[in-house]
Design a protein around this ligand. Structure first.
Ligand SMILES: [Zn+2]
Length: 122
């Protein structure tokens, strides 16, 4: 087994297990602090057991499903989406991000990333 690099959450510095697929992922505690472009808290979840990404803005009753969203953690842009084997993963967003381009975004952080509408979840 190849030696794996140490990994520390880019939000708070806590030590985390390294995942080659998500080399810069945030810890769960930081994920829970994610906000949208207007500073509203975002709750994220898998829409079913097989994965899929869903989110809800705190204070709103409507949830949405989409391919991933751009949000902010510690006032930095992050991409949040469902993880490969279930769960949710947040990583720093950069214009050269290899994490994949989100096809939908809820806020105006990077309006060019908006291509499709969000699907409401009942
Ligand atoms: Zn953290």
């Amino acid at each position: 087994m190849p030696e794996q690099p140490d990994h520390f959450c880019p939000g708070c510095g806590v030590e985390r297990t390294f995942h080659a697929r998500y080399p810069w992922h945030f810890c769960d505690d930081c994920c829970r602090t994610a906000v949208d472009g207007e500073g509203r808290k975002i709750h994220t979840f898998n829409i079913d057991l097989g994965g899929g990404f869903g989110f809800r803005i705190e204070g709103e009753t409507q949830s949405y499903s989409c391919g991933g969203i751009l949000a902010k953690i510690n006032n930095r842009p992050v991409l949040i989406r469902d993880a490969y084997m279930g769960g949710i993963v947040a990583q720093p967003w950069t214009t050269c991000s290899t994490a994949g381009t989100p096809n939908r975004t809820h806020n105006s952080l990077l309006p060019d990333a908006t291509k499709d509408v969000l699907r409401p979840i009942k």
